[in-house]
Write a protein that binds this ligand. Sequence first.
Ligand SMILES: [Zn+2]
Length: 99
Amino acid sequence: MSGEDAPKDTSACGGPDCDEKVDRLFAYLDRELATADADEVRSHIEECRPCLDEVAVDQVLKDLVKRCCQEEAPVDLKLRIRAQLTTVRVESVRVEPAG
Ligand SMILES: [Zn+2]
């Protein structure tokens, strides 16, 4: 049973496998992963909406930090910005069109 032809079930994301990928996601964004690992993570992102979302948030965060600070921003600041971005995202999702 070689599962080379894995089914593209994007809706099934969010499991333990996805969790592991998200964990690697940030290492990938920081270019700490080997090319092979980065490739694996990237292929997962392209088929996984939740993980793609995580990447989007992190990239926006990096861009913000880059604009605001010339140098490396403190971890505390990163966490605060990230928390805010996540909150905004959740709120925008929960808002329903009136009328
Ligand atoms: Zn995923």
